[in-house]
Design a binder for this molecule. Structure first.
Ligand code: ADP
Ligand code: MG
Length: 240
């Protein structure tokens, strides 16, 4: 479904991603881990062209995002993104947060968008919050709304950038549980995370980034018990 070919990204002279190639299959859950500053967010942002690669290609369902003829806004509609800091619309209710983009970008009629939104709120356990404003919600609730909002666009692919890093510890599980359900439902997911439990249990594959280089790629059971590189071993020793 996704093919990354020799992707590089520079900010000025600073090469943040170096020659990354990988493929992600439909329904696969891939976790990206690595030290702070290793290029994880930049890699994720390249996948929906929030950042423009300096060189290399990214193909999503055979559409080359780096080709200027590809309609990026159309491709982006198929890609949901969830950030560390939620990015909800503060002046809209929870329900309106979910219906806004489907109505605006896809021309879905309000009653249809609302019905879909209510289904999704039920799925993330927040049916009773549809009239609430984001400001009145806990961090865990906000993040569940953000996930539901991304799903309201019926994406083919979901990108998560440290979705639980800004949460109080007691709220991490409710968000990870929603992500686990989503993974089980067959969604293709790329998840940057420091939650090694999640990566180990839910991911089909781990990508380990270090200084912008894809140093290791493998199944969680293998990566966590027998990392191939010294850098990965050092990283795991620090956090596990
Ligand atoms: P990670 O998510 O793994 O912590 P990032 O992708 O955020 O890493 O950042 C990788 C490197 O790229 C860092 O050195 C960071 O300072 C740099 N960087 C990220 N975004 C920008 C930007 N918009 N302009 C300049 N440098 C950036
Ligand atoms: Mg980051």
């Amino acid at each position: 479904m996704i093919k990354v070919e020799k992707l590089s990204k520079k900010f000025g002279n600073n090469e943040v991603l170096h020659d990354i190639s990988t493929e992600i299959a439909k329904g696969e859950v891939v976790s990206i881990i690595g030290p702070s500053g290793s290029g994880k967010s930049t890699f994720l942002r390249c996948m929906n062209m929030l950042e423009t690669p300096t060189s290399g290609k990214i193909l999503i369902e055979n559409k080359d995002l780096t080709d200027s003829k590809t309609p990026i806004h159309k491709v982006r509609q198929q890609i949901g993104m969830v950030f560390q800091h939620f990015h909800l619309f503060p002046h809209l209710t929870v329900l309106e947060n979910l219906t806004y983009a489907p109505m605006k970008a896809k021309g879905i009629k309000k009653p249809v968008a609302e019905e879909k939104a209510r289904q999704l709120l039920k799925k993330v356990g927040l049916s009773e919050k549809e009239k609430a404003y984001p400001g009145s919600l806990s961090g865990g609730q906000k993040q569940r709304v953000a996930i539901a909002r991304a799903l309201a666009m019926e994406p083919e692919l979901m990108l998560f950038d440290e979705p639980t890093s800004a949460l109080d510890p007691e709220m991490v599980k409710e968000v990870l549980d929603v992500m686990k359900d989503l993974a089980k439902s067959g969604m293709t997911m790329v998840v940057v995370t420091h939650e090694m439990g999640f990566a180990r249990e839910v991911a089909d594959r781990i990508l380990f980034l270090d200084h912008g280089v894809l140093l290791e790629e493998g199944q969680p059971a293998e990566f966590f018990t027998q990392p191939k590189t010294v850098r990965a071993k050092e990283f795991l020793d620090k956090i596990l």
